[in-house]
Design a protein around this ligand. Structure first.
Ligand SMILES: NC(=O)c1ccc[n+]([C@@H]2O[C@H](COP(=O)([O-])OP(=O)(O)OC[C@H]3O[C@@H](n4cnc5c(N)ncnc54)[C@H](O)[C@@H]3O)[C@@H](O)[C@H]2O)c1
Length: 318
């Protein structure tokens, strides 16, 4: 069987480095497009078909890369939600224009599938509801807005080119980083595990009521592989665990796993006292993953397993 040739932009990023490794281990020919430098991990590099260094804003560079004639392109470059509050011209030059440039260049070189990582933040504020892909988009911040525009570019190419574009609306990923330098410790589950391990306490920056759906990084990879292999033409998939928890509930899970491993019960401190019970009752939602499940995806990682894996990582590092 001919191996599929896959290009991953943001290839050394938090999600990209894991997707590259996962797909290479599954037997695909993976090219990791990294931004400023080659990752230091030799074992990871050896698994890649190619590791390229370049800027996705450079259309000349994209033309050269497109000459390798990829079957599939997975686009993972974006500023994070803090950086996306920068000047509109800069933010759109990184988050939006490259989506268009990549599709413009690669659609002329036989690309078959384009998998675009968007975010569940395009839905805006969520109430007590089941959030399916049909929900009207209503981004509440520039990060969500730029992904909403990226999605529209994909929609345009779905209609006007031979490329199958699939948008992935990711909830929140977590898990130990593949590369030490990955920007991932601001993610709540990662942050709480690191705080528990290093400081022996869990301090929340809120009353614990905000809700999150966390999906483990390896489940994200499995979801991507499902989209690579499917013949279904759904243009948009929610990629989530389908389980919504409050940050307090996540902290309690970290506390429980920590106690089981180390026999130590950690204190959980919330920032705003007195509102906890009330606000926890306030709202609930579910980011519906039934569409991607209908094409063969099944999340495998429980939050407890993911917390154990993070604590293993932290333990090894110390
Ligand atoms: N991490 C999450 O939980 C999460 C949740 C929802 C959506 N997403 C989306 O998934 C995608 C990947 O997220 P991540 O967490 O891996 O982010 P990340 O910041 O770790 O990865 C982005 C990568 O893009 C690279 N990059 C930046 N500018 C570039 C440029 N001009 N040219 C080439 N490369 C450039 C960065 O060096 C980085 O390696 C993003 O689109 C993000 O919005 C992530």
């Amino acid at each position: 069987m001919v191996k599929k040739k896959i290009l991953v932009t943001g290839g050394s990023g938090y999600i990209g480095s894991r997707i590259c490794l996962y797909l290479a281990n599954k037997g695909y020919d993976v090219t990791a497009l990294c931004y400023s430098k080659i990752p230091a991990d030799e074992t990871w590099i050896e698994k890649m078909d190619k590791v390229l260094i370049g800027d996705v804003r450079d259309e000349q560079f994209l033309q050269e890369v497109a000459n390798y004639e990829y079957d599939i392109l997975i686009h993972l470059v974006s500023l994070d939600h803090h950086q996306s509050n920068g000047t509109p011209s800069f933010v759109s030059s990184v988050n939006i224009t490259p989506v268009w440039s990549l599709l413009d260049v690669f659609s002329k070189k036989g690309l078959k599938k384009f998998i675009y990582f968007s975010t569940a933040q395009v839905y805006g504020g969520l109430k007590d509801e089941v959030v399916s892909e049909n929900k009207l988009l209503s981004s509440k911040n520039p990060y969500g807005l730029t992904h909403q525009v990226g999605e529209m570019i994909c929609e345009y190419y779905n209609v006007n080119s031979d490329v199958d574009c699939h948008v992935v609306r990711l909830s929140n990923s977590y898990g130990a980083p593949i590369f030490e330098e990955n920007n991932c410790w601001w993610l709540v589950v990662n942050d709480l595990c690191r705080m528990a391990y290093n400081q022996k306490r869990i301090v929340l920056q809120s009353d614990g009521s905000p809700l999150r759906d966390f999906i483990h990084g390896w489940d994200v990879c499995a979801g991507v592989q499902t989209i690579i292999e499917t013949k279904a033409k759904h243009p948009v998939y929610n990629l989530s665990s389908g389980i919504t928890l409050s940050i307090l509930e996540i902290a309690e899970k970290v506390e429980k796993v920590f106690a089981q491993r180390y026999g130590l019960k950690l204190p959980i401190e919330v920032t705003v006292s007195g509102q906890k019970e009330e606000s926890l009752k306030a709202t609930n939602y579910k980011i519906d993953n039934s569409l991607i499940c209908s094409i063969g995806f099944k999340p495998k990682w429980s939050l407890e397993d993911g917390i154990n894996d993070l604590l293993d990582y932290l333990q090894k590092g110390s």
